[in-house]
Design a protein around this ligand. Structure first.
Ligand SMILES: Cc1cc2nc3c(=O)[nH]c(=O)nc-3n(C[C@H](O)[C@H](O)[C@H](O)COP(=O)(O)OP(=O)(O)OC[C@H]3O[C@@H](n4cnc5c(N)ncnc54)[C@H](O)[C@@H]3O)c2cc1C
Length: 275
């Protein structure tokens, strides 16, 4: 076995240099002072230090970031107020609760037609309001028509809300449609000052950055910066609660395997020095 420092240590040191070179963020990562002197015989200079808002530092040999994502909602009055109630985005989260209702899909990006077809499984009264999007191409228009989904051109001015309940949609041309539930397609954006401070940047979703931007990782959850892993919505927009939690457990096992390997290699090298 080579007595050279492991590639991991070089890469982590590079990450820490990047972190120091950047403008300090709210959650900057820095070198963990003395981390290399702890049990396990780690190479000098490896590890991270995460600064909390309180100023208290937390040292770690590895990072697993699970900071989720932000939903950027369409800028329509009423949407933010009713978000998560009767303004929703996900049939797997809310389908049962809104079954049979008059539903309007407020299209603001490329997933509007897809959402309309999915929510059609939950109601016979489904309307696709084009808002800021173009009319669907012929193949999608055929699918919508076959499923009995009305396509309404026009920009939404605001949601009609009375006594804290959504009941309609008002278009800029003055038309009002009675709709109990509104479906929106938020732009999903992972924002992590911690990962940014290490030189990582969110990448565009295959359907485009107008759909989502999250941080890339390999199947084990490892990022391009050695020693830094991610799990859940910060790297996967499709993760639900149970799958995000499962990813966290799976990736934590990968982190532990990495630590096991590092500690074992360090002890092997120490044992060789004794011999
Ligand atoms: C309206 C709505 C309804 C949903 N309903 C369901 C449902 O019914 N069932 C379901 O399975 N899923 C549902 N989801 C999806 C579910 O919320 C996500 O799949 C899940 O929360 C992802 O878990 P996560 O741990 O990756 O991220 P999150 O749950 O978002 O957790 C990330 C955490 O990190 C914290 N954080 C972020 N940045 C920092 C920082 N710099 N320092 C410290 N902490 C930080 C955040 O405050 C947050 O607590 C719903 C989502 C929405 C928006």
């Amino acid at each position: 076995m080579s007595a050279q420092p492991r590639p991991l240590s070089r890469c982590v040191r590079r990450a820490l240099r990047l972190a120091r070179a950047r403008t300090p963020s709210r959650h900057p990562c820095r070198r963990a002072s003395g981390a290399g002197k702890r049990g396990g015989g780690l190479a000098e200079g490896t590890g991270f230090e995460v600064a909390l808002e309180t100023g208290a530092p937390i040292g770690a040999r590895r990072l697993l970031v699970t900071s989720g994502l932000t939903d950027e909602l369409p800028d329509v009055p009423g949407v933010r107020e009713r978000w998560g109630g009767d303004v929703i985005h996900c049939p797997y989260c809310h389908g049962w609760e809104i079954r049979g209702q008059a539903i309007g899909v407020l299209a603001s990006g490329p997933v509007g037609v897809h959402q309309a077809l999915m929510f059609r499984q939950w109601t016979d009264s489904l309307m696709l309001i084009l808002h800021t999007t173009d009319a669907p191409p012929p193949d999608q228009a055929e699918q919508l028509a076959a499923r009995g989904i009305e396509v309404v051109p026009g920009v939404v001015e605001r949601l009609e809300i009375t006594d804290g309940r959504q009941h309609g949609v008002r278009l800029q041309d003055g038309r009002v449609f009675a709709r109990q539930t509104i479906v929106v397609g938020p732009r999903m954006v992972a924002v992590s000052p911690v990962l940014d401070s290490l030189g990582l940047k969110p990448v565009a979703h295959p359907m485009g950055s107008e759909v989502a931007e999250v941080y890339a990782a390999d199947p084990s959850g490892a990022t391009e910066v050695k020693g830094v892993w991610v799990a859940g919505n910060v790297c996967d927009i499709a993760a639900q609660v149970i799958s995000a939690a499962a990813q966290g457990m799976f990736v934590a096992a990968a982190v532990n395997a990495d630590l096991t390997s590092e500690e074992t290699q360090a002890d092997v090298m120490r044992a060789r020095e004794v011999v």
